[in-house]
Design a protein around this ligand. Structure first.
Ligand SMILES: [Zn+2]
Length: 174
């Protein structure tokens, strides 16, 4: 049973762990860090490690989720997804997108699954909701590019259509 109250999410918030991408930071490490902060368990609902594995944090139920602790003022209507990394050893205070291809693929699949399950439309980054660099990239434009429809085939011009028609007539005559 979840230990925190159940909320109905309408938004997914993306985070990074703010740990150097060169090092490993496990879901157990996050859990321990959050307990040290006084939370009763990991504050995120999902944690995606560099290998693309999705680890469960706070509980999810069919129509809601256990309230998380990941974004001030918005925990009562959001799901928190965190990816391992976000900074480098050389620049530990500058956040940027360090996601591996595996992490990105896992994140896309997870977001789509949660969207279906909870009918969520809004996908944002932590920095869209508060003063932080987290998650190190513009989630809204990234998600728009992920979900953009494939480019439409250009229409044939009139001249191209006439050439096509003539070619078909000529090939029939052979
Ligand atoms: Zn964050």
């Amino acid at each position: 049973m979840p230990r925190n109250r159940i909320i109905v999410p309408d938004t997914i918030v993306i985070h990074y762990s703010a740990t150097p991408v060169e090092k490993d930071f496990s879901v157990g490490d996050i859990d321990a860090m959050h307990r040290q902060r006084g939370f009763n368990k990991i504050g995120y609902h999902f944690y995606i490690t560099k290998d693309g594995t999705v680890h469960k944090g706070r509980d999810t139920v069919e129509r809601g989720v256990e309230m998380g602790a990941h974004v001030r003022g918005h925990n009562d209507h959001t799901i928190g997804i965190c990816y391992e990394g976000g900074v480098t050893l050389a620049q530990p205070h500058i956040g940027h997108d360090t996601r591996t291809a595996e992490q990105t693929a896992a994140m896309v699949a997870l977001i789509k699954q949660l969207q279906r399950q909870y009918r969520i439309k809004k996908i944002v980054g932590h920095r869209d909701l508060g003063p932080t660099q987290c998650p190190g990239f513009d989630v809204k434009s990234w998600w728009a590019s992920v979900t953009a429809p494939p480019a439409a085939q250009p229409e044939l011009t009139l001249v191209e259509r006439i050439i096509q028609w003539l070619t078909s007539i000529l090939s029939r005559g052979r």
